[in-house]
Ligand binder design. Structure first.
Ligand SMILES: Nc1ncnc2c1ncn2[C@@H]1O[C@H](COP(=O)(O)OP(=O)(O)O)[C@@H](O)[C@H]1O
Ligand SMILES: Nc1ccn([C@@H]2O[C@H](COP(=O)(O)OP(=O)(O)O)[C@@H](O)[C@H]2O)c(=O)n1
Length: 211
């Protein structure tokens, strides 16, 4: 069984994907981390994320970068969004994601193009969203909790810029996949959002053809 969870930054898709993984006993892959690794790797190499050749060279990263705390920063999120517009970068990361998705027993993946490109035949698909303001507030709280000094206006601007780039790019743009259910978490607690996600997945699994 494959479950696809997509959505924009700080919509809560990672939280929901991990909770679904626990509920259904499936392994979970945060595919955004792969794009973040390419973004951080291009920075470490002194490359230009908007230059296709530099972004492609950065796809050759060592797995130790996946444990680098810098990966989680908003700056690296923005670099990830810039390198991910290049089709060659998406191609370089596709086998790893498809192998994870098709492992025996099933899997859950979260990202931007899981239900549209990586696993269009997924057994269940959820598109998680929330208002820009709510998403910026979540990032603000995360920043404070990490001892930082987040600025609400720049968080809103970063999220809007990332949304626009991710939704308008030519390759694998962020959009609601065919057959996906929309889950707006703006006014939901984490617990309520997770319960709703489980109900949506269960309903999709019940509705799928048997056999
Ligand atoms: N429904 C919710 N209500 C309040 N906070 C939430 C909710 N869902 C997620 N969060 C918090 O918002 C932040 C971003 O959530 P995360 O799941 O990492 O988003 P994404 O994977 O979409 O970027 C985290 O601190 C998480 O605990
Ligand atoms: N499947 C994916 C996952 C991420 N990405 C890109 O990688 C960036 C970072 O993704 P992420 O999921 O770590 O970001 P957050 O939603 O956690 O902020 C996104 O803004 C996308 O541009 C993508 O193109 N395709």
């Amino acid at each position: 069984m494959i479950i696809a969870v997509d959505g924009p930054a700080a919509s809560g898709k990672g939280t929901i994907a991990k909770a679904l993984a626990r509920h259904y006993g499936l392994p979970c892959l945060d595919t955004g981390l792969l794009y973040r690794a390419v973004g951080l790797s291009v920075l470490k190499r002194g490359g230009d994320p908007d230059r296709q050749a530099d972004a492609l060279a950065a796809c050759d990263f060592g797995d130790e970068i996946l444990a680098d705390p810098a990966l989680r920063s908003e700056a690296v999120g923005s670099l990830a969004s810039r390198v991910s517009v290049h089709q060659v970068v998406r191609d370089a990361l596709i086998a790893r994601q498809r192998d994870f998705a098709t492992q025996p027993g099933g899997a859950i993946l979260d990202g931007r193009d899981i239900g549209t490109v990586i696993a269009p035949d997924a057994d269940a698909k959820i598109f998680v969203t929330a208002s820009v303001h709510v998403r910026a507030e979540r990032r603000y709280r995360d920043g404070l909790a990490q001892g930082g000094h987040p600025d609400m206006d720049s968080l809103i601007a970063d999220i809007q810029a990332r949304d626009t780039r991710d939704m308008s790019r030519d390759h694998a743009p962020l959009k609601i996949a065919d057959g996906a259910d929309l889950l707006d978490t703006s006014d939901l607690t984490i617990n309520a959002a997770v319960q709703r996600a489980i109900a949506l997945v269960d309903a999709q699994l019940e509705g799928r053809p048997k056999g």
